[in-house]
Design a protein around this ligand. Structure first.
Ligand code: FEO
Length: 395
């Protein structure tokens, strides 16, 4: 049902309890998600963002709980990605004269998606639209995380609606951060940042500086996914500043795939060597792990150690998405190393090293290769390798 967040401001979104894979690229969302839309009743009636298209009927029913959709004057569309814009066609059929407020980049992305002659009004940072007692203030946020992304701020109530920024893929019965389990909330907020915003971290830092310099009173931060930050709303802004700085913990993540356990035994022994030197580490079998959860773990750690046996002169295929994500994330302040077993030519380790270098990660120690199954001496060498890597984690 519609939830009144503040006087005249309603959540009219949809909670998607059942979804587990999100976006075209199948981001894992273990706790579901929400598509948040906000309805503002002032002298004008405003909807900020819509919901994913398959949920249009539920969304429009939720609006009807508060107003007749025909009375909507403005639809602010902060971002064209379909999880937020997918119900625009259904909504605008009911209020065809409404003004669709978009960023300057949105003036091309929305027509590009929908090919409709809606009544667009592009806005730029600092533009304001009076809606009665209050105003909407707009801040363009290009590449946070699409070129068209925009934040909308409601004066009077002091509500920042930053679309994807500060969100979480987290379906809950409650709308506010102070009503949910804090550990779950931060697990999802961090996974969201790590997987969606890491490559744009420099822009996150600059945009937050720009926002804070505006000195807008912020009573709530109402993102387009997950719960609304009502209690100490700037806590998530501070967390984003911390995450955007990419100062990893002095720990290691070892990700491997294995055919007949030789590389797995190496992975465990390298982990033991790291632990002997006081470096906490986690070991993941890529073929049995969720890639997005691996990204979150890698985001947190200073050292990434990636291993595969040599397979068809390359690496086992389950490592490909992991290496692609490492490349795409443009991680900073991390170091890396590679390892693996082989039987014939043994190109796998060099393949991993090259991909890590291409991703901008310094290789701190030449890759470790073991022919066939590791014997006792080989496992001792793996533990020594782990101990050597510990120094790179500390430096
Ligand atoms: Fe939640 Fe960029 O869409």
């Amino acid at each position: 049902m519609a939830t009144e967040l503040a006087k005249g401001v309603y959540w009219v979104g949809v909670t998607d309890w059942g979804i587990r894979r999100f976006h075209g690229y199948e981001l894992s969302v273990h706790r579901g998600t929400t598509y948040n839309s906000y309805l503002i009743r002032d002298e004008k009636t405003v909807v900020v963002d819509t919901v994913w298209g398959p949920h249009s009927a539920e969304f429009i029913e939720r609006i009807r709980e508060v107003v007749d959709p025909a009375s909507i004057d403005y639809v602010v569309a902060n971002h064209a990605e379909p999880d937020h814009s997918g119900s625009l066609p259904a909504l605008l059929k009911l209020c065809p004269k409404a003004t669709v407020v978009v960023s300057r980049a949105g003036a091309t992305s929305f027509p590009g998606h929908y090919h409709e002659k809606w009544n667009f009004r592009p806005v730029k940072t600092g533009d304001r639209i009076g809606i009665g007692a209050n105003e909407l203030v707009f801040v363009e946020a290009p590449l946070l995380h699409w070129p068209d992304s925009m934040f909308t701020y409601l004066t009077g109530q002091g509500i920042l609606m930053p679309n994807d920024a500060f969100g979480q893929h987290y379906a809950t019965a409650y709308r506010f951060n102070d009503l949910v389990v804090e550990q779950e909330l931060y697990e999802e907020a961090l996974k969201y940042y790590a997987n969606i915003l890491t490559p744009f971290s420099d822009r996150v830092t600059k945009k937050i500086e720009e926002l804070l310099a505006l000195n807008l009173p912020v009573n709530m931060i109402a993102p387009s996914h997950g719960v609304i930050w009502r209690k100490d709303p700037l806590q998530i802004v501070k967390k984003y500043q911390e995450w955007a700085a990419q100062k990893p913990e002095p720990t290691a993540v070892i990700v491997y795939d294995t055919m007949w356990n030789a590389t797995e035994r190496m992975a465990k022994a390298i982990g033991e060597g790291l632990a002997e030197s006081g470096i906490g580490n986690k070991v993941f079998h890529a073929a049995a792990s969720d890639t997005n959860d691996l990204v979150t773990e890698m985001f947190k750690s200073k050292l990434l150690v990636i291993g595969s046996c040599t397979h068809n002169s390359g690496v086992l295929p389950s490592l490909t998405p992991v290496l692609e994500e490492i490349h795409g994330m443009k991680f900073k302040n991390k170091v890396a190393a590679a390892f693996g077993s082989y039987g014939w030519s043994g190109e796998g380790v060099a393949r991993i090293e090259n991909q890590l270098k291409e991703a901008g990660l310094p290789i701190v120690k030449e890759g470790l290769k073991v022919k066939w199954q590791p014997g006792d001496a080989d496992l001792a060498q793996c533990r020594a390798y782990g101990r050597d890597l510990a120094g790179a984690v500390r430096s």
